[in-house]
Design a protein around this ligand. Structure first.
Ligand SMILES: Nc1ncnc2c1ncn2[C@@H]1O[C@H](COP(=O)(O)OP(=O)(O)OP(=O)(O)O)[C@@H](O)[C@H]1O
Ligand SMILES: [Mg+2]
Length: 320
């Protein structure tokens, strides 16, 4: 049995039902101190619901979890003291200045004036907002707002941080700066639990959990997850009408999976000799113009699609 006090987050068969609908289905995992644990999954997969249970805001239907050594069912108030939580729709007060927001959230966390002053300066520094104290929050670019939101979330120096899609809708450069901040916090020993839809961000996590239909369908480091595809070869293809081209290829029994990848698409095959040539021939025969067919390294997106499709096939087999 894993000691609940030795790990910042321990989750055991955690389940949440809304009526008959199972939003989180018997999920179990452990997060180590200082990890950046990424929680991935499509819309409605159950990520936010899991986080809300771990933050002591939503009562589990079944199973349990311990955060900072505290039982989320029995000790939700203790849990709240040792975490920072930036919810998916976390919003600052737009009509307050940067400084007023920090003071407001510091007050919520019960920081005394001296400590608040120190922490306020620290948050301004870490968020790169020094000199912007008097700016109205509503006038900040979205990337800066997110950094301020993070600053407000960690004013009380929580050892465990839950960030629910902190960078959605933020431009790539600001996302990069935000992630530098996450690294810094993790280096200082903060445990970070973060959800994201961005696969490049997922690559930066120490470990990942993939959620699908309320279930945790894969768990491991980005490298470990990619090794799941080790028996497969992935080709990157650029052609005219990529969606139609993917459909044509997907209909071939020797093609395992296809998925969009930027303006190109990926085709995975298992033990198919000269698959690149076969892809070319089929597409040319169907009138597509090909710009590129090249072997490529599987991306996390490939792994994700592979894992989801296999999950669906397995549940289809068990149901039928
Ligand atoms: N209070 C609620 N009552 C009923 N159903 C709910 C409630 N909260 C969430 N759900 C449902 O539970 C499922 C999981 O929702 P959740 O918000 O956890 O997904 P998510 O993985 O965070 O998705 P997204 O990526 O869109 O944020 C969804 O189908 C959602 O509609
Ligand atoms: Mg969510």
């Amino acid at each position: 049995m894993i000691g609940h006090f030795e790990h910042p987050i321990v989750v055991r068969s955690l389940t949440k039902k809304f009526g008959l609908f199972v939003a989180v289905d018997s999920v179990s995992f452990v997060v180590e101190k200082g990890e950046i644990f990424g929680f991935l999954g499509p819309n409605g997969a159950g990520k936010s619901t899991t986080i809300r249970m771990l933050c002591g805001i939503l009562e589990p239907t079944d199973g349990n979890a311990w955060v900072g050594g505290f039982d989320v069912r029995r000790e939700p108030d203790e849990v709240k003291k040792c975490i920072g939580y930036m919810s998916q729709r976390f919003s600052l007060y737009e009509d307050l200045t940067v400084e007023q927001n920090l003071i407001f959230f510091g007050g919520i966390y019960g920081l005394e004036s001296e400590r608040l002053e120190v922490r306020k300066h620290w948050a301004l520094d870490i968020a790169g907002l020094r000199g912007q104290e008097k700016v109205l929050t509503g006038e900040l670019p979205s990337g800066w707002k997110q950094r301020l939101a993070l600053g407000c979330t960690i004013l009380h120096e929580p050892p465990i941080l839950f960030l629910d899609e902190p960078t959605s809708g933020v431009d790539p450069i600001s996302r990069r700066i935000f992630w530098d901040l996450i690294y810094e916090l993790s280096n200082q020993g903060t445990t970070v639990f973060v959800t994201t839809h961005y696969m490049d961000e997922a690559e930066h996590c120490t470990r990942l959990g993939l959620m699908y239909g309320g279930k945790l369908i894969a768990l491991g480091t980005p490298t470990e997850l990619k090794q799941k595809l080790s028996g497969y070869t992935v080709y990157e293809v650029e052609s005219t009408q990529p969606l139609e081209a993917m459909e044509v290829l997907q209909a071939e029994e020797w093609v395992a999976e296809t998925s969009m990848f930027g303006t190109a698409f990926h085709v995975s095959v298992q033990n198919v000799p000269r698959a690149g040539l076969k892809i070319r021939k089929i597409l040319e025969k169907n009138g597509f113009e090909i710009r590129k067919v090249e072997k490529t390294i599987p991306s996390l997106e490939d792994v994700f699609i592979h894992t989801v499709l296999h999950q669906e096939q397995n549940s289809f087999h068990t149901e039928s």
